[in-house]
Ligand binder design. Structure first.
Ligand SMILES: Nc1ncnc2c1ncn2[C@@H]1O[C@H](COP(=O)(O)OP(=O)(O)OP(=O)(O)O)[C@@H](O)[C@H]1O
Length: 367
């Protein structure tokens, strides 16, 4: 199978795993990358806005910024469409996550995206990673956001494939509740769907916070790139979004609920529910034509299994929207539980292996 066809490879040989920050490495500046733009190709010919943007950090006045205000502290991760680096904002010393995406949008679209970003910058939901601002430079979009300690794709691989443990159900319940609340906020308050719910877009930190990221401007840019090239399979996509015979019918937030179900299945079992597919046709065969995945693992309660399996209802009419999900016993119960997930996250992050071993693990685990 060629790299271009491999799910989630993004057609690159990018390392799929980066060391989550631990007590021992979180204060240590990572080595500077050779070039501030990493391996991204810039597109100098693309007409763009002046390379400055507006940045609104917590408890700070909004100010103009350029890439010269950012000091690169090293790469955190790399996706199919760009990379995410830790960067210090020199004027205040604040350390941020900066996502850089190759952008093919023109000046008018860039302006619209930056305007839309203002809505997200002002969003106050505790379950959504804060966006601070963005700018376009030489065809790349730089999005500044809140820095978290890990994402759940990395986290579950460490738990299941390095520590040989299982993520406790109470932790999965808290992650589910935070993600459903974030998705509900996006829909109710901002009138948005996420469109790319997956473990790598659910972030966590040592203080036990769980936050959804990567929607709005990042999602729009990724969609615009995906339209211009074969972006490969999108493994978390709901059947109704993949089935070319139904594309005219449209889709709604329940497609995000399906992606949440796939993500939770992965967090419960440590593996992706479908066997590896190499082509869009194989994906269509499995996701659209076969029975949906079912969580049957007896290590999880009936409430947990029912919740995941409800999200994975193939018939979109039987799949609940957020209000109904929030009333499921699995989430209602966990809203009342007090669980120290901070201590659990710390204990896993402290036992994470080094980057080389993590990359090895990641390559070995089917997506
Ligand atoms: N705000 C953040 N704080 C800490 N780590 C982050 C943050 N945002 C992203 N990351 C890390 O950077 C990695 C790369 O993110 P990116 O969004 O580029 O790609 P992805 O979600 O892994 O994959 P894809 O490009 O296929 O969507 C993520 O897997 C995550 O581990």
């Amino acid at each position: 199978m060629s790299d271009n066809n491999r799910i989630g490879s993004g057609g690159t040989s990018r390392p799929r795993f980066v060391l989550p920050l631990t007590a021992s490495n979180q204060n240590r500046a990572a080595p500077q990358s050779a070039s501030p733009i990493g391996q991204l190709q810039t597109q100098p010919g693309l007409p763009g806005l002046p390379p400055v943007g507006q940045l609104k950090l917590p408890d700070q006045p909004e100010r103009q910024f350029s890439v010269d205000d950012l000091e690169d502290l090293g790469e955190i991760g790399r996706g199919a469409f760009g990379s995410v680096n830790r960067m210090r904002f020199k004027p205040t010393g604040s350390v941020l996550a900066v996502k850089r995406i190759r952008s093919t949008v023109d000046q008018r679209q860039q302006k619209n995206m930056l305007l839309e970003l203002n809505v997200v910058v002002n969003c106050e939901c505790p379950f959504i990673a804060r966006s601070y601002g963005a700018l376009f430079k030489e065809g790349d979009c730089w999005i500044c956001m809140e820095l978290m300690d890990t994402s759940l794709d990395k986290f579950y691989r460490v738990v299941y494939h390095h520590l040989n443990e299982v993520i406790p159900e109470v932790v999965i319940a808290q992650v589910s509740l935070a993600t459903v609340k974030a998705l509900n906020y996006l829909k109710e308050k901002l009138g948005m769907m996420h469109r790319d719910v997956k473990p790598s877009n659910i972030l966590a930190d040592r203080s036990g916070r769980v936050k959804l990221c990567d929607f709005g401007i990042a999602g729009k840019l990724v969609d615009s790139i995906a339209k211009t090239r074969d972006a490969g399979c999108r493994p978390y996509m709901a059947p109704e979004r993949i089935d070319y015979q139904r594309v005219g019918e449209g889709y709604d937030v329940r497609s995000d609920v399906w992606s949440l179900g796939i993500s939770l299945y992965e967090l419960c079992t440590g593996r992706f529910p479908y066997k590896q597919w190499g082509t869009m046709f194989e994906q269509l065969e499995q996701v659209v034509k076969s029975e949906p995945p079912r969580l049957t693992d007896a290590r999880f309660s009936e409430e947990a299994r029912n919740f995941v399996n409800l999200c994975l209802s193939k018939d979109v009419k039987k799949r609940p929207k957020y209000r109904q999900l929030l009333q499921q016993p699995f989430l209602e119960q966990c809203a009342q539980d007090s669980v120290d997930i901070a201590a659990y996250f710390c204990s896993v992050l402290d036992r994470s292996p080094d980057e080389a071993r993590l990359n090895e693990l990641l390559a070995a685990v089917h997506f």
